[in-house]
Design a protein around this ligand. Structure first.
Ligand SMILES: CC(C)(COP(=O)(O)OP(=O)(O)OC[C@H]1O[C@@H](n2cnc3c(N)ncnc32)[C@H](O)[C@@H]1OP(=O)(O)O)[C@@H](O)C(=O)NCCC(=O)NCCSC(=O)Cc1ccccc1
Length: 166
């Protein structure tokens, strides 16, 4: 039920310091499985959109497959986790995934590029509801996956307290 936006939660505006629409985001962390430079990672490329949105691309490789020639569902969920998490650039506070729901509507073949468009739907206190859609091979391609999520903002100490030392 928490993925339903409650009455009273409103769609926020972008923080004034959000990079301009069209800005390509660097990895928020080079070691990130989603957007960093890890061998075997997802290597998402993310661009700031307008109106609390983000566009991301995920080039599906052989090492992302679950069934022969088809992307693993958990890998696609991870791509959404990253693309939805990147929306934090619009509120400029760290946040972590509390819930993530995916709906797989078409197989995503190896060699395809999944175009993800994500947006913040509402915010209330520390809770940020967001959603996204993934289309095959172009921003207007057929819908392959939809996702909704709840993120919760956290202080920076969240990472120093819980993260394993490097
Ligand atoms: C921090 C928190 C989520 C919440 O704990 P606390 O700080 O103690 O706060 P508290 O429990 O007080 O909750 C506050 C409010 O939120 C609500 N609420 C909370 N949870 C849920 C729920 N499940 N479902 C529904 N609601 C929930 C709760 O009811 C309360 O609501 P209220 O204000 O009373 O109306 C903790 O459970 C945690 O660390 N989980 C692990 C997160 C994690 O590791 N995620 C994966 C890594 S991140 C990643 O990979 C993504 C990424 C990629 C790229 C870039 C960036 C990001």
């Amino acid at each position: 039920m928490s993925l339903s936006v409650p009455d009273g939660a409103v769609r926020p505006a972008s923080h004034p310091d959000t990079p301009a629409p069209g800005t390509e985001l660097p990895p928020h962390f080079r070691g990130c499985f989603g957007c960093g430079e890890l061998e075997g990672g997802l290597r998402l490329r993310q661009t700031v959109g307008d109106d609390v949105t983000m566009t991301s691309t995920f080039a599906v490789q052989r090492h992302h497959q679950g069934a022969p020639g088809i992307a693993h569902g958990g890998v696609i969920a991870a791509a959404f986790d990253e693309a939805l998490g990147a929306l934090a650039v619009h509120h400029r506070e760290p946040s972590v995934t509390a819930e993530l729901q995916t709906r797989f509507r078409r197989p995503v073949p190896v060699g395809s590029v999944l175009h993800l468009r994500t947006r913040i739907d509402a915010r209330e206190g520390r809770k940020v509801w967001c959603s996204g859609v993934g289309r095959l091979d172009s921003p207007d391609g057929p819908v392959a996956v939809e996702a909704t999520a709840l993120f919760v903002t956290v202080p920076m100490e969240h990472f120093t307290t819980h993260g394993a030392p490097h």
